[in-house]
Design a protein around this ligand. Sequence first.
Ligand code: ADP
Ligand code: ZN
Ligand code: MG
Length: 476
Amino acid sequence: MEFEAVIGLEVHTQLLTASKIFCGCSTRFGAPPNHHTCPVCTGMPGSLPVLNRRVVEFALRLALAVGARVNPVCVFARKHYFYPDLPKNYQISQYEAPIAEGGAIEIEVDGKRKRIGLVRIHMEEDAGKLVHDEKRPVSYVDFNRTGVPLLEIVSQPDIRSPEEAVAYLKKLRTIVRYLGICDGNMEEGSLRCDANVSVRPKGSSEFGTKVELKNMNSFRHVERALRYEIKRQIGLLLEGKEVVQETRLFDEAQGETHSMRGKEEAHDYRYFPDPDLVPVRIDEAWIERVRAELPELPDAKKGRFIEEYGLPNYDAEILTASRPLAEFFEACVKLFPHPKKVSNWLMTEVLRELNREGKEIDETSLRPEHVAELLKLVEEGVISITAAKKIFPEVYATGRSPKELVEEKGLRQESDEAALEAICREVLSENPAEVEKYRGGKKGVIGFFVGQVMKKTRGKANPKVVNQILTRLLEE
Ligand code: ADP
Ligand code: ZN
Ligand code: MG
């Protein structure tokens, strides 16, 4: 029997607001423990929450970007549970009336496009952090993160494989970054994902029992955890056993998932509207104001790159996956109007450096002027493509001008016809047997002669010019 996986993701994104969702404390990451706290975010009796308007704006940006319906009135609700990182013993979240419902995110896997539907987007506050002492059996609580605004984005169970799950997460991260509402850093926890997964016989229209996976802080972990879990569940079904509905933690060292707790139901949380916060009314005017300020989104930009610059789908996909990279590309093309050449350079030489350092292009000293200048030097035959590749890491690292580096390192190609002709003649007279072969019809030998000239000039001869001279001399 063949099985298929059914996956739905619940993603939490920390918003890039300066202050927390219900108080004026800073949201900055990495401050000393309990530095950014006040009576509100530490749950002191009698303190009252006041909603940060910017959180609603950010939620609206995302809702509009993914085509979700914005509820004209949304309500904050208390979600009750006990845990030491939750000082009020309830989390302010949204339940019955979230800010937005519906919408979809389009993904592409193996050249196939697919829409993953969204159930809802809601606003809520983050919890604090427990810090466990390594030497003594005690734990500390850091409330800096308590009250940092989150958007939770819940997908429909439309995802069918670990690859699709990762494509969905990457696309969602690209969108929130384009919108400037979240930095999308999974390692630091500003984008977190819980994955719900079940399996069923292929072709079946019913869903199997689902398991919720937690504790995956990279795309790779999400993929590994899902792969393991799908295999585990199929194994159970093949043995005639049942999948138990539960929450499981991914153990990255072993690459396995382990049971953490039975799954809680919504009624366990005793949700009810928070009496300290009034319902939020969002009128058409507000929605339209936010819509007017939306940037060009990844899918639209990708389509435009294909249309306007004649780029292949593959190039457009990679370049638009990051807004700074897409903008960098366009700036380069303005200065050096050969889109495919710019794209090739960015996708190989530039991305290699960026991936090595784990940086975005706007976090480096590289400027569009440098890339354009370098490509122009190659285009005009001043340097070879090999020389360009050789100096690029230094251009990237230092932000120095390629022209300057070319002069300093003496990489300028020898294009002076007279000088090159002399060397060509020398090579021909040194290799009479090869010259005979060429004249006898074996035109391929020209490659050998070019190679010899390059050797004599220590790679500095312009191969195009050398080729022309050799052909002329041999045909004489
Ligand atoms: P719960 O009430 O258990 O939290 P929800 O209906 O709210 O479940 O769904 C939570 C997430 O689980 C959603 O992303 C949804 O798409 C996904 N999901 C629901 N049912 C299944 C299933 N049978 N298999 C996999 N994922 C599922
Ligand atoms: Zn506070
Ligand atoms: Mg749920």
